[in-house]
Design a protein around this ligand. Structure first.
Ligand SMILES: NC(=O)c1ccc[n+]([C@@H]2O[C@H](COP(=O)([O-])OP(=O)(O)OC[C@H]3O[C@@H](n4cnc5c(N)ncnc54)[C@H](OP(=O)(O)O)[C@@H]3O)[C@@H](O)[C@H]2O)c1
Length: 198
């Protein structure tokens, strides 16, 4: 994204059969051991430079609970010092000042609270929240990273879509690890094709 207009991205990593977690929430399959000879390797510096372009994160409470679990195991907090908005109707532990709990009308929250303040808004899961984001027409872009594994069943990348959503393939990157990163613009939105059909 290069312009100054606020941009909402959905990003997650999925199995080739479209799941972001096992049915019970486990993500043990995220560590794969493939090697794609012609794939690219990302160095730490370019990852960090890229992460700096993200202004805030939005996630569902179950994704937050997974992130807290990772942290408790010593695996760190993936969202740095960026503001992180957790959607929930429950009272959850707040482990850092950058975390804020929100509930209610997601469209109003994104359009009236986040878009005026942040330029790059990243929805980082899970399936319930990404489905809600798409059903409400809030997403401009989907970054779908596919790992070289099939897990057969699990939580889908997008929960309960109620219509077709036309996309424009904007970027494809294949990594040495066997992961393929697909970046799609949602057609009919500012960043999408002018011949949008949505
Ligand atoms: N592979 C990946 O890249 C990836 C990325 C992210 C997550 N995951 C995995 O996906 C799983 C979680 O996904 P999920 O689909 O089950 O759940 P989720 O989307 O993370 O969270 C859903 C919950 O968020 C809350 N919520 C959603 N919209 C809300 C709104 N408008 N207002 C208030 N609260 C709202 C509700 O929780 P309350 O009950 O608290 O109200 C809802 O049950 C975890 O296992 C996680 O590890 C994987």
């Amino acid at each position: 994204m290069t312009d100054a207009i606020p941009h909402v991205t959905i990003h997650m990593v999925a199995s080739l059969d479209g799941f972001i977690a096992r049915r019970d929430g486990r993500v043990d399959w995220l560590e794969t051991s493939d090697e794609f000879t012609n794939g690219e390797t990302l160095d730490q510096e370019s990852v960090e430079t890229f992460l700096k372009t993200i202004d805030c994160y939005v996630m569902g409470s179950r994704t937050y609970e997974t992130a807290l679990g990772f942290e408790a195991k010593g695996l760190g907090w993936s969202y740095g010092t960026k503001p992180t908005f957790v959607l929930t109707n429950r009272k959850l532990p707040r482990t850092r000042d950058t975390v804020e709990f929100c509930s209610g009308d997601l469209a109003q929250f994104v359009n009236e609270r986040l878009r005026p303040k942040f330029r790059t808004i990243w929805f980082v899961g899970g399936g319930v929240v990404s489905g809600e984001c798409l059903r409400l027409g809030l997403a401009d872009e989907i970054r779908y990273s596919i790992l070289p594994i099939l897990i057969g069943d699990g939580i889908a990348f997008f929960d309960r879509l109620d219509r077709d959503i036309a996309l424009h393939l904007a970027e494809v990157r294949a990594h040495k690890s066997g992961m393929v990163e697909l970046c799609y613009e949602v057609r009919g939105r500012r960043g999408g094709s002018p011949n949008a059909t949505t």
